[in-house]
Design a protein around this ligand. Structure first.
Ligand code: ATP
Length: 222
């Protein structure tokens, strides 16, 4: 298994935000996180991304312990809550700044992901003037553009129109096919079930159940 969570807990002050979560996830799969507002989906993604420290337990990524062997996952793309961009730069320039950190991808590759998501790389409009949907698309582009092994997307469709949601679904299937491990949360159950190989259900910081949507579909058909 590429990603393993062992008895993971997160406390903030006296509040138990994540309670003893155990998970195993492998590459080439899409996993859905499901649960009510405030159940801990975002916090779980922040813990996996290395942005927040665990209070207890262990997260293993490719056999390496987060916070011990590595500070951050070695190959990750994440859209968690609202993405931080340089508001005075264009969308393309923002992605170029991010890409320059690892220097792995070309301008052409940035162009392609922007165009795929319906953004114009030549558009000089500053990000501060972007609509919510445009900003979300740029956040998705930033998360996917370097073809990371681990992709975390927290409600990536909440500002997208129907057509853009369809494009994102196609993109995610492509990334799954090349072997990425994708974790996604979404409040539209139909979309989450369409995308996910397995869905994990959370309640009040606990992982309460998991199921395989395709098996559910088979049951309905029988
Ligand atoms: N920095 C913080 N300090 C204290 N409590 C926090 C902090 N961040 C999150 N929480 C609490 O942790 C719980 C889980 O929050 P989280 O954002 O992970 O929920 P969620 O499942 O992503 O919800 P939503 O569906 O609304 O996005 C909530 O009760 C929230 O108030």
């Amino acid at each position: 298994m590429y990603l393993e969570l062992k008895n993971v807990s997160k406390k903030i002050g006296k509040a138990d935000i994540i309670k003893n979560v155990n998970l195993s996830m492998e590459k080439g799969h899409i996993y859905g996180l499901w649960g009510k507002n405030g159940c801990g989906k975002t916090m779980l993604m922040r813990l996996i991304s290395g942005l927040v420290f665990l209070s207890d337990g262990e997260i293993l990524i490719g056999g390496e312990s987060l916070g011990k062997d590595i500070s951050f996952p070695r190959s990750i793309g994440a859209l968690i809550e609202s993405p931080g961009f340089i508001s005075g730069y264009s969308g393309f320039k923002n992605l170029k700044v991010l890409a320059s950190i690892q220097n792995k991808i070309s301008d052409e590759e940035i162009d392609i992901i922007m165009k795929t998501l319906g953004l114009n790389p030549q558009d000089k409009k500053r990000v501060k003037k972007y609509s919510l949907g445009m900003r979300q698309k740029l956040g998705i582009a930033a998360a996917l553009m370097e073809q990371p092994d681990l992709i975390l997307l927290d409600e990536p469709t909440n500002a997208l129109d129907e057509h853009s949601t369809k494009i994102l679904k196609e993109l995610l299937f492509e990334h799954k096919k090349r072997g990425a491990l994708i974790i996604i949360s979404c409040h539209i159950r139909e979309d989450l079930e369409f995308l996910s190989d397995e869905i994990f259900c959370m309640q009040e910081g606990k992982m309460i159940s998991h199921y395989i949507p395709s098996e559910l579909r088979k049951e309905v058909e029988l």
